[in-house]
Design a protein around this ligand. Structure first.
Ligand code: ARG
Length: 458
């Protein structure tokens, strides 16, 4: 395809340079946004009298037909076009003649690509929000079924205090709800219209940027033309939001991997969501969770790549910015795929409440409660802490746990111990007395479930 800009040049572009420069192989994805942006631009040009209504009608019909033909596959992308913007404009001109050549009045590819990218980022942001919402619903579903499912809560991956599976799942709900908040927040800054900034310095034509803003449902018009064409913060913000979602997913993935191990046996993955080994017939591997964990690294790479691309770029548009696309597409595709499949995997996972409870009983996750018992009898916490520490040492030496100590043994450590200590160290008591806001008792967890559902409903 001959270049739109070849008037100034005495030679054809070198073939390798052409391939190097070209972005159509990846920016073809932006065709819908590009056409919608052009439709709004053409309508504005006619509304303010820069082009005639007849021309704008020809442009509108032409672009609408191109959109249909691309959607149906009747029209294929010309890979020799420099980018999606050039391709659509050339195709339009092929179809409607001179009217097509008027479309680019008071516009540059610099503001055009910035607009397309913003529209694409908004589309992906909305899609990711929906996927995260349904993922949270899966987590809440597990929580609702497990408000009394006792499990050991960990710090340093050492058994710490009793929690429930519901409390554990609701922690992830909190993370993913924050992710939705962040996506909604960055969306506000993405919906700032760059079109009308033209190459970098606006135009002498009497354009109406507010008109285009309203037509495209943007929140506001970008107030500085140089920033409009050179800003890619909105890409970085989405990448950063996606990276954080993937970090959250990778934490849950790590737990799934641990819980599926013979050492934990807290869960059994559905056969449809696990894989086998080519050599070891005994293996059932949590590949979905491992890949999700691995892909978080790749998405963090997409974010780092884009930060590095933008660092040090002088105003205004520079071709470096064409590098904003592949990392964005990759990160958005990855997060949507990962969260969707991860949700399906969790929905089909069997949680072993028996094994969780058994493990909870093995450790000393009621030790804090035992110390609190002494505190309630009047001892200072530090004194109580020390006494219970000695009891734990005794238990470990003698193969006991707090529930199997005799009252005489308890009394050896402090005369404050009485029969009611057994109720205090009973794991169900330890759990159900944790009624403080956000704690794992059934009542507190039920409140949390309501909170999450309320936030999802909005
Ligand atoms: N393909 C380019 C990009 O993605 C479009 C903008 C090109 N503008 C220019 N002046 N060369 O960034």
């Amino acid at each position: 395809m001959s270049k739109m800009w070849d008037g100034r040049f005495g030679k054809e572009i070198d073939k390798d340079v052409n391939d190097f420069n070209s972005s159509i192989m990846f920016d073809k994805r932006l065709y819908e946004e590009d056409i919608k942006g052009s439709l709004a631009h053409a309508a504005m040009l006619a509304a303010v009298g820069i082009i005639s209504y007849d021309d704008s009608q020809l442009i509108t019909d032409g672009l609408t037909a191109i959109l249909d033909d691309l959607n149906s596959g009747k029209l294929v992308f010309d890979m020799t076009a420099e980018d999606i913007h050039m391709f659509i404009e050339a195709e339009l001109t092929k179809r409607v003649g001179d009217a097509g050549k008027r479309l680019h009045t008071a516009r540059s590819r610099n503001d055009q690509v910035a607009l397309d990218m913003r529209m694409y980022v908004v589309k992906e942001t909305n899609a990711i929000i929906e996927i995260i919402k349904s993922f949270i619903k899966t987590l809440v579903g597990i929580a609702e079924k497990n408000t009394s499912t006792l499990m050991p809560g960990y710090t340093h991956l050492q058994q710490a205090q009793p929690v429930t599976l519901a409390e554990h799942m609701l922690a992830y709900c909190a993370m993913f709800l924050r992710d939705i908040d962040r996506l909604n927040d960055s969306k506000k800054r993405t919906l700032v219209l760059p079109l009308g900034a033209c190459a970098l310095a606006g135009t002498t034509f009497p354009i109406d940027r507010q008109y285009v803003k309203d037509k495209l449902d943007f929140n506001e018009v970008g107030f500085n033309s140089m920033d409009c064409v050179s800003d890619r913060d909105f890409v970085i913000e989405l990448l950063s939001n996606i990276a954080l979602i993937m970090v959250h997913i990778s934490r849950l993935a790590e737990e799934v991997i641990l819980w599926a191990s013979a050492e934990f046996k807290f869960i059994e993955l559905d056969d449809a969501y696990a894989t086998g080994s080519s050599i070891m017939p005994n293996k059932k591997n949590p590949d979905v969770a491992e890949l999700a964990r691995g892909k978080s690294g790749r998405v963090i790479g997409d974010l780092m790549g884009m930060l590095a691309v933008m660092k040090g770029i002088p105003l205004a548009y520079n071709k470096d910015m064409q590098e904003d696309k592949e990392c964005l597409f990759d990160a958005a595709d990855t997060v949507k795929q990962v969260v969707t499949i991860f949700g399906k995997m969790l929905e089909t996972t069997t949680f072993s409440d028996g094994n969780m409870a058994k493990d909870a009983e093995k450790g000393f996750i009621n030790a804090t409660d035992c110390a609190d018992y002494l505190v309630k009898k009047g001892l200072p916490f530090r004194t109580a802490y020390k006494i219970v520490g000695s009891i734990i040492g005794y238990c470990i030496k003698n193969g006991k746990v707090l529930t199997s100590m005799t009252l005489d043994e308890y009394k050896e450590f402090s005369e404050f111990f009485d029969k009611d200590v057994y109720d205090a160290v009973n794991l169900n008591t330890c759990l159900n007395k944790r009624t403080s806001e956000g704690a794992p008792s059934k009542v507190s967890v039920e409140k949390q479930i309501k909170t999450v559902k309320g936030k999802l409903g909005k």
